[in-house]
Design a binder for this molecule. Sequence first.
Ligand SMILES: N[C@@H](CCC(=O)N[C@@H](CSS)C(=O)NCC(=O)O)C(=O)O
Length: 966
Amino acid sequence: MCSVISRVKPVQRVLALARTRSLWTHNEGWSCTTTRIRRPCAGLRSSFEPLRASSRLYCSSMNQGPVFRQLFEPQSCTYTYVLADPQSREAVIIDPVLDTLDRDLKLIHELGLSVKVAVNTHCHADHITSSGLMKKRLVGLKSAISKNSGAAADIQLSEGDEITFGKHSLTVRETPGHTDGCVSLVLSDHSMAFTGDALLIRGCGRTDFQQGCATKLYESIHQKIFTLPDHCLIYPAHDYLGQTVSTVVEERRFNPRLSKNLEEFVNIMKNLNLPKPKNIDVAVPANLVEISIEILYRLLHHSFIHSFIHSFINHSRHSLVWKSRTHKLSNNNKQLKKDISHLCSNSISLTSTSLSLWKQTFYKDATVQLLNMPWNNTENSCSPWSQGLQPPWISREGGYRSPTYSGVESDTESSSTESERSSSRKLDVGSVRVQTLTSTLQQRFTEIDQQKEELQIELQLENALLQGELQTEKKQLDRHIQKLQALQQEVRRKEKQRHTSRQKELESLERESRRVQELRRSCEEKEKLIPSQSESRREQLILQLQQDKEAMELAVRAFEDWEFHFLEQESCIDEEDNAEEGEHEGELEKEIVCQQHVVTTTQERVQQLERQLKEVERENERELNAWRREKRELLHKTQTVHKDKKPFTDWSNITSSAPCMMSLSPLSVHTPPQEPCKESTSLPRRRSSHRSNRHSDRPVSAQGLVRPPSDGQKPVALASPISSKRLSNVYSGGQRPGSVLSPSNSATNSRAVSPCLLELVEMEKKLREAKAERERLLREREEQWLLLEERRQKEPISSIAETPQRAEPEPKVQDRSPLKSQELCSQALYLSPNFDLRVHVESLGHGVAGCSDLRLTSRRCAGFLTKRGGRVKTWKKRWFLFDTEHRRLAYYTDCDERKLKGVIYFQAIEEVYYDHLRTATSSPRPNLTFCVKTYDRLFFLVASNAVSMRIWMDVIVTATDEHCRH
Ligand SMILES: N[C@@H](CCC(=O)N[C@@H](CSS)C(=O)NCC(=O)O)C(=O)O
């Protein structure tokens, strides 16, 4: 008897499953796991040993049944089945799931099976099949799905098809209703049926999407499944209650939906009100094209779809393996277009919703992706990653960073070198101006690049869609032409057949006519001979002539009858032709005319699409040229700017004078803004989709200002305190500080006014306005701080005394450069000099003294937190340092703060909140998990206890202050 486990929690389900299997026995010959293999298979070769070795789980029929495994995927509650012939080791896998690809492959290898076919019982809507990818891992494997599914596969199944594996086979029974392409697979001895989503245990597949039809489903199940023997085991594609198997008789009697009559069933199905499967929008299109590793690779390799495909990869949790492989492959645009067309045309053929969703996903992700792309590589139509660079989400050990990568938040936890840190400290006020200008230009570059890429994507997408459409139309045209040709051929064949048979009969008639004439001639000749003969001979001849004449008359009559009959038949045929065949031929003719019309229309459509395609390509070319022109002009402007800028700055400390705009050094300086009252030019950031609204207060990284190493020297930041002084001297010479490059500046320095400078002056003006606004806000904040401080001084705070922790030595990271006082001064603007972090936290009511996990001082808060990786979602314990002096939350490998793994600048922090919704599903301690949201990333952090979590959250919240105000 089947042991049914009801209402088990998902986590218990797998255990329950194992338990169920080991308890279950079947009288009809299926052995339970406790009976093991009763009769070892004869003729097994030694290479098949793994199968015997794993015989503890081996479940075989007593009478030469196949090896059978039921596997469970807990996310979508999907059952995958493996059936194998023990002798030949040939196997079939039913409904394999992408998420469990590796598990299934492992089992297949362990059992030493040679899987011939991966069958999908239908185009699944809740998960992605692994059949496409499995084909790449198992030589000779073919995928199969119903021809009615509209999905791609090597074998298109129809009713009655047999899928053989060794001496066993599965017969295809079409069971539409859940979808049009649903099939059930019945083992040749009718002992088991794999019913997919048609019949579930005590349930059935829903009928509210993907061509679902309750009436069809009811009929399918009653006609194709309930007609199987009572004892036939039912293995469904899903079970949400931990049930593993049922029988036909059980379902016929106890299925609460299908034991009812059709009307009741339809009513039940109408009122199921199930939520839409959460992965339907990704799963259906992916399953339709049977997403393969090639498509995945190629798409992955192409920047603009990679993040979309990346979501597949994340979904399947094979990301690391695939990620590491992808960058080895080269990009192929043509193939990519083909792939997209393929994807699109397949999507078109199913639902326009999924197509538009795909379009949206393509476009949206393309945009997001673009923003993360190295901007100086976009001119090349090749993906930057194909040029030896890695996509941003590939983990790398040190080395290359995309120029736009700022190091604010490292997905793979970047490490920043000592030289970077020292360089960053050297950035001074003077360089800010240059930076502003350079980053404005850099921004322009980026924008142009982005626009170009977006346009390219749009055009590419348009192109791909058109090609997809064109392909579909061409296919249709081919089909129509073929149909037309078949019809014409049929007409010709019939005509020929009729002609041949008439011809033959006519020939026979002619032969008979000749024979009759021959007889007549012979009679006439005999008659002429008679008078010249003797009396006795004459009588004899007369008698003979009489007989001949009789025979001739008979022949003439027979011939005439035949001829009459033939002519009559001819006229009858003509009449029939007019009636029946005429009707048929008329239909044929009509159909031919109709087909000819369809062919002409489709041909016109194809031509129109081809014209459209050419137009898109031309537009693409035009846009590219325009973009190239603009970029060249901008480049020229940049060079002019740098030439023009020289006299203003005496960069005596700078080793190389040519700013590196286009070939940015991979050794980037992560520079926190040193002076909030100046333009925040150096906030390290990664471009994100937020660019539009963060445009002004979050300029692109200052990495562009890092000078390339010259004469073997280490990279040095653009300016020094000295240069800053000189710069201000220049400004004091009649120039408003802030007007770095104005025509008057140029005039003062006896330099010709470059046309691009006018544009820059405009930019400068805007920047000045922004700066003034910023200064106003800062002043306002300072005033508020002073107010707060005054209020606080009035209230005696007992805990203000220094604790041992507060007296901890200052961090050893920074050397005390002459900038120190300046830095402190600038930080004073960010947080009041009187601001005491510890006092603040204590004033919020936290028991700081009792929290030994934290080191909280007046300016810093440090302690261990467990952080989830950005790309690789592993949880790692890191030493976090909230540093108000450097205005950053840095994290290190250990508490000695030697190896910096990443930094989150205060300005990047938007929100801090408790993970109420448990979005960090894999968190080691969900109730101690909180989130730090920056403008382009979400950090999941886990504290060691509730007190420290609350303190950390309040500490980090203080950093959002600047953000909120600006
Ligand atoms: N919650 C699941 C989807 C559950 C679901 O809708 N299952 C389908 C089969 S997979 S398309 C179904 O037909 N269920 C019938 C029933 O009665 O439950 C998810 O979000 O993936």
